[in-house]
Design a protein around this ligand. Structure first.
Ligand SMILES: [Zn+2]
Length: 344
């Protein structure tokens, strides 16, 4: 980008108080011309509401421009109809907002979402072709974005998370589903049809557990929370919750520890293959199901190393546990992104 283009973009942002010039000189600046000073975002300039829609709850956060969480709330989903969920989100904005109206509302959901915010397919609420953006926007005096949850989370990681120091990273999420996004120079790669990072049903082994689609040995069968609990049910004949499964696996109980090891290996296989293809600065493994990798980290690391070229450099692997509010913060990041485009 030329200096003239940068000046054209940042001048209105500085006039509106979104950006301020610091007294720190930029590194690697060209020797000729005026010295370049670093800019900072004024976090308190505007506020955004972000929501993560799950199968039974909507989680919401209020953030400022710098991603600082100012408030959070969750509401159970009583009726799964699109209108009822849109009502819930609109009500939650009313509870979250402070004295000023929010500058944007972001909603994220697992599944395929069009660039226009239409939920094309989401297994979580059994929705197809739901224009959720239009439904929520009709209820609120603020612009609304609707996006895939993993892509939104990757955006927040890129701006506000530990990934902000990397040029490129791969995000892999574990939970009810398995997700992946590749981010290069701050741009989340969504794919030609919005399916980038659909790693859930990648075949891992010729034998093994079976997913709900009937695939033998796919990643989802090995490492989704339901896949793990289903394996446990088959082996023990009894029901368990995921936190209880993790507690038993951490204590070394059998078969929990074996199931956790298989799950960690399956995710490690995919992480190693993606790293071999992308050669990123870092891989971030995250989500509410990441506990199995924390417990069986050695098995995971071995599998990552096995899948990657033996001569390749070693990217940094971060394993981080997150809650649903972190997902909601991802939706807020997409709302911020949309807001900055409107300023241009
Ligand atoms: Zn499958």
């Amino acid at each position: 980008m030329s200096a003239a283009t940068v000046t054209r973009i940042i001048t209105p942002l500085m006039q509106q108080g979104v950006l301020v010039q610091t007294d720190r000189l930029a590194k690697n600046r060209e020797q000729r011309g005026k010295p370049a000073y670093l800019l900072d975002v004024v976090g308190s300039h505007a506020e955004f509401a972000g929501f993560k829609v799950t199968g039974d709850h909507v989680f919401g956060v209020l953030t400022d421009l710098s991603g600082l969480s100012i408030g959070q709330i969750d509401t159970p989903i009583v009726h799964r109809s699109p209108d009822a969920v849109a009502d819930t989100i609109a009500d939650m904005v009313g509870v979250l907002r402070r004295e000023h109206p929010v500058s944007g509302v972001g909603v994220s959901i697992g599944g395929q979402v069009s660039p226009e915010g239409v939920v094309l397919r989401s297994g979580i609420l059994s929705w197809t072709n739901v224009d959720l953006r239009q439904l929520v926007e009709a209820r609120l005096p603020a612009p609304v974005t609707v996006s895939n949850d993993v892509g939104a989370f990757a955006q927040a990681e890129s701006w506000w998370g530990q990934a902000r120091r990397y040029h490129s990273f791969v995000l892999v999420t574990m939970g009810a589903g398995l997700g992946c996004r590749i981010v290069v120079d701050g741009v989340v790669q969504e794919g030609a049809h919005g399916w980038a990072g659909s790693i859930g049903h990648v075949p891992i082994a010729a034998t093994g557990p079976v997913c709900e689609m009937g695939h033998v040995g796919c990643l989802r069968a090995f490492a989704s929370t339901e896949g793990i609990l289903s394996s446990l049910r088959l082996r023990t004949g009894s029901e368990s919750t995921f936190p209880e499964f993790l507690r038993q696996a951490a204590l070394g109980a059998s078969p929990q520890v074996d199931i956790a090891r298989d799950a960690a290996r399956a995710v490690g296989r995919v992480v190693g293959i993606v790293a071999a293809i992308v050669d990123p600065d870092a891989v971030i493994v995250s989500g509410e199901g990441v506990g199995v990798v924390e417990i069986e980290r050695r098995a995971f690391d071995e599998e990552v190393a096995r899948s990657r070229h033996w001569m390749s450099g070693t990217e940094t692997v971060h394993v981080q546990e997150i809650d649903f509010y972190a997902w909601a913060r991802g939706a807020a990041a997409v709302a911020v992104d949309e807001w900055t485009r409107r300023l241009e």
